[in-house]
Each structure stands twice: as structure tokens, then as C-alpha cells.
Design a protein around this ligand. Structure first.
Ligand code: OGA
Ligand code: NI
Length: 334
């Protein structure tokens, strides 16, 4: 077993068991304890009864597929902007420079919080105008995505309240105006084309990475693909599949929260393997306000456990992480 290589479809399939948080559970202590255990362990858990209806989730997936079904030249008309809005083509994102021969076998579409150019806030790096397919092309598309963006933020705020309690902070520590009042919230539709991944050749749907920010909500269709690695330093690394649960979000903590909590809460390495089937997922990345100072939380340090990182502004941290993982936009101007 020692040198067993995780190659292709013949690799043993290991499936992860994750805690499931029911957001409608009146017993908040139970939710806090389940979430805390998950966050100390791997930072991945399911969330159910989150208030977004199944019908609406289904509709968002239908609309997402419609977009990716458009001809490439139509999609390239709304190539992602400097503000991270719009279409990201196949191979555009390169998450694991060490192990991937080229970018991810996925295409995506970014939708952020809309901040018009005449708003002084639009100067900030992740604020900007959303871009949309021409209205005649996909009627109702924009409205569906805007509604989802809005509803998913409410889910994140609810999760953030439980995270705060799990860190022995006030329940509204994160869910208050100067932290999640003007968040950097990015919805990302994803389509993994039916390419079979082959780790031995460096080919992945999405390369191994941990998410950059605070919290990510992930909705997927029923095609398996997402894997997590609980111990990135293990040799060989052990990858476990995360099974999709109908109607649930898979929630994971990002590096910013790991840093904020002085590494008490975990942000775990994950990746996506393609199995030859098309796969659709929707990720919603939420980070605090641009100016929020991410500084070791008061409950996460002590004399014996001093802060491991200096304070950093949320947007400074995030800008750097984006730059490191995305192709240079000038490459498409040729
Ligand atoms: C991501 C991610 C997983 C998936 O976009 O950061 O990990 O299943 N996505 O698409
Ligand atoms: Ni991720």
C-alpha cells in the first residue's frame, strides 16, 4: 500500500464522511458542536435546510448549462474583466502549478457584487460592474443569477453565525456591517467538460488547491468528482471523494479564515477529477469587506500560542491569491 499511486479510474475509491449541519435545527448547541468538530478536523461540511428551495436550485443549474451550451464566440464576447466578472475559458485557471501540465479542464463564469463605475467604491479591486450575456440571448438568466447571489449570501451569514459561536466569539462577530456588510462575494458557475482526469499525467478537472477566502458554498450536480485531502503532507497523499447530497451545500473554509483563526480552523486541500461525464457545479466564495483587517481572533491566541501571521487587509490578501492562479488577460488579446 505504501507506494500506491492514485492513478486514473482504477484507483481505490475512498468516500469521505462529513458532518451535516441543519440550518433549521432549533438546537443551536448541536449545530455549533457539529460545525466545530468539522472545522477543527478538515473545514468541510454539508449544510441542509438552508432556505433555498430545490426548485430554485434546479433552475440555477438549468440556466448555467444554457450559458455553457452557447457557442464559444458568444461566450468570448464576455471574457472575464480585470474585475473578475464574466467568462473564464477552458484551461484559464491554473490552480496547482506543481502538479498540473496546464490549466484546469473547466470553464466558468464569475458574477460579483455589482458596483457601478460612478460609485467611489468601484475603485476597490474586486468591486465593479457585472457583465451579462446579451439579454436577447438568454432571457431571465441575469435575474436568476442575481437572485441566487442574494439568497446564497443569506446562507453564508447564517453559517458565519455558527462559526462565530464555534470560535467562542459573539454570535454576530462576522455577521455585522464592518465585516460582512459589503462583502466580496463571487458566484462562480462551473462546467467540467467530459475529459477523464489523469493525475499521473498532470491532467485534472481542477488542480489541488485550498480556497482563498473566508467561506465557500458549493452546489454540485450528482456527478462525483470533488475530492479532499485531509493531510497534504502525507506521502502518498490520500484523496477522498465528497459525495453530492441532493439539495445540500458543501461548505468549506478558506485560507483567510484559517489564518484569522491562527490555524485552529482548517482550510483543506481539494481538487476535482473528471470521469468522462460532463459535470456542473456552482461555487460561491465569500470574503469580508475590502478593508476588513484579518488579524488573529482574540479567542485563538494565548501566551503559549501567539499569532502566527501579521494582520493583513482582506483585499490585499485576495488580490495576490488571484494573481497567482489566473492566466494573464493579455494572453487573449492576440
Ligand atoms: C472551486 C472548487 C469544486 C467543484 O471552485 O474552488 O473547489 O466541485 N470547486 O467544482
Ligand atoms: Ni475550491
Amino acid at each position: 500500500m505504501e507506494n500506491q499511486k492514485q492513478t486514473g479510474p482504477e484507483a481505490p475509491i475512498k468516500v469521505s464522511t462529513l458532518n451535516c449541519i441543519n440550518l433549521s435545527n432549533p438546537d443551536i448547541h448541536q449545530s455549533v458542536s457539529l460545525l466545530k468538530q468539522a472545522c477543527l478536523d478538515c473545514g468541510f461540511f454539508y449544510v441542509v435546510n438552508h432556505g433555498i428551495s430545490q426548485e430554485f436550485m434546479d433552475e440555477v443549474f438549468v440556466q448555467s448549462k444554457k450559458f455553457f451550451d452557447l457557442p464559444l464566440d458568444e461566450k468570448m464576447k464576455i471574457l472575464r474583466s480585470e474585475k473578475h466578472r464574466g467568462y473564464t475559458p477552458l484551461l484559464d485557471e491554473h490552480l496547482d502549478l506543481e502538479n498540473q501540465v496546464h490549466g484546469d479542464y473547466k470553464e466558468g463564469y464569475y458574477i460579483g457584487v455589482n458596483v457601478p463605475e460612478n460609485d467611489p467604491e468601484s475603485e476597490k479591486p474586486f468591486n465593479g460592474r457585472n457583465v451579462w450575456p446579451e439579454s436577447g440571448v438568454l432571457p431571465g438568466w441575469r435575474e436568476t443569477m442575481e437572485k441566487f447571489h442574494h439568497e446564497a449570501l443569506e446562507v453564508v451569514k447564517e453559517v458565519a453565525r455558527i462559526i462565530a459561536l464555534a470560535l467562542d466569539l459573539e454570535v454576530d462577530f462576522f455577521d455585522k456591517p464592518d465585516i460582512l456588510g459589503k462583502p466580496i462575494a463571487i458566484l462562480r458557475l462551473l462546467h467540467y467538460e467530459g475529459k477523464i482526469s489523469d493525475p499521473s499525467k498532470g491532467i485534472y478537472g481542477a488542480g489541488a488547491h485550498s480556497d482563498f477566502g473566508f467561506v465557500t458554498l458549493l452546489a454540485t450536480d450528482d456527478v462525483m468528482g470533488l475530492q479532499i485531502c485531509r493531510d497534504k503532507d502525507a506521502k502518498p497523499q490520500i484523496w477522498e471523494y465528497v459525495t453530492p447530497i441532493k439539495g445540500a451545500f458543501i461548505v468549506n473554509l478558506g485560507d483567510m479564515l484559517e489564518r484569522w483563526s491562527n490555524c485552529i480552523f482548517k482550510s483543506t486541500l481539494h481538487r476535482v477529477l473528471g470521469n468522462g461525464q460532463d459535470r456542473y457545479s456552482i461555487a460561491y466564495f465569500v470574503e469580508p469587506n475590502h478593508d476588513c483587517l484579518v488579524e488573529c481572533l482574540p479567542t485563538c491566541k494565548s501566551e503559549n500560542n501567539p499569532p502566527k501571521f501579521p494582520p493583513i487587509r482582506c483585499s490585499t490578501y485576495l488580490s495576490q491569491r488571484y494573481k497567482d492562479t489566473h492566466a494573464d488577460l493579455n494572453a487573449y488579446n492576440k
